[in-house]
Design a protein around this ligand. Sequence first.
Ligand code: NAP
Length: 322
Amino acid sequence: MICPALAKERPILLIKSGGPAALPEWQELFHQYSPQLDVHHWNDKDIPPERVEYVLVWQPQAGRLRGYPNLRAILSSAAGVDHILADPHLPAGIPIVRMVTQETRQRMAEFAAMACLMTQKSMHRIIAQQRAQHWEECLPQNNVGDTRVGIMGLGSLGAVTASYVQRLGFQTQGWSQSRKSIPDVRCYAGPQELSAFLGSTNILICLLPETAETRGIINRTLLQQLPGGASVINLARGSHLIAGDLLAALDSGHIASAWLDVVDEEPLPRNSPLWHHSAIIITPHSAASPSRREKAIHAASVIHAIEQGREAPHLYDPGRGY
Ligand code: NAP
């Protein structure tokens, strides 16, 4: 049993992920993987702000994080950190750590593979036909081996996804800031190679982080560079896509279909035209969130590294913006 005097000294971790109902599970998990932590819900009013050393958060309210003077790290409950950077009062100099786990990679690769196969088999049309009780044979125009998947972003998720999709038989290529080397995946790099990458991509997958450079990147100009009949799968952030430009490209027939797992405003408003377009499949930001157990293991290892005076892994780099 921990004596109350010692318990007082335990570093406090506040959690805003999964709502108050998730707290008992978080406490149990951290008891298992990081028993030295004192774990509380983000809205616990009894916690003195100066005792908070760590937070594990998804979409923290603007201004809240600057209220913790002894904060040692901000742990994102997701791979992206845009939901933390959106805070205009974010305290400077506090390390921000991304949630990168093996489970996230596996789930993303599986989800992207499903979306590629369903896209290649024109499932959006088949689903629309079922809704209309319309029976009409719907055959793919070509084979998986004749279809080239292009992945924008070859980071922790994009690289694994590229290999996974390639093993399904798709011709696979990717585009990133710095050049990568992935077996059997053609790798493009930098803005100067974007056009060549797009021009040979039949199914475009977005797995970029949200940054000043990538916001709105899937716009009219980009869509026009894809070959006619190409499809778009956005698994990264809604802000990457200019929805009006996508709708216009779908309506013109230049783009055949789209799969949106993320949208600008989540949940997607009921009046959004994206809901009703027959060439769009919407999934509710479900591609690749890891389990709470994986998140706790990751967070525990990050906090352990910091407590030992080592640099935390998977740090957000303010210089790069991701
Ligand atoms: P990451 O490891 O930071 O990788 C980002 C990749 O994008 C890197 O390859 C990077 O190039 C490239 N990149 C960044 N800016 C670029 C630019 N301006 N031009 C070209 N390439 C650029 O990120 P990740 O862990 O793979 O995650 C990617 C995103 O997926 C997250 O930020 C999040 O938004 C999203 N996500 C979505 C879900 C979901 O459920 N839908 C789940 C998890 C994550 P370099 O390699 O050269 O640096």
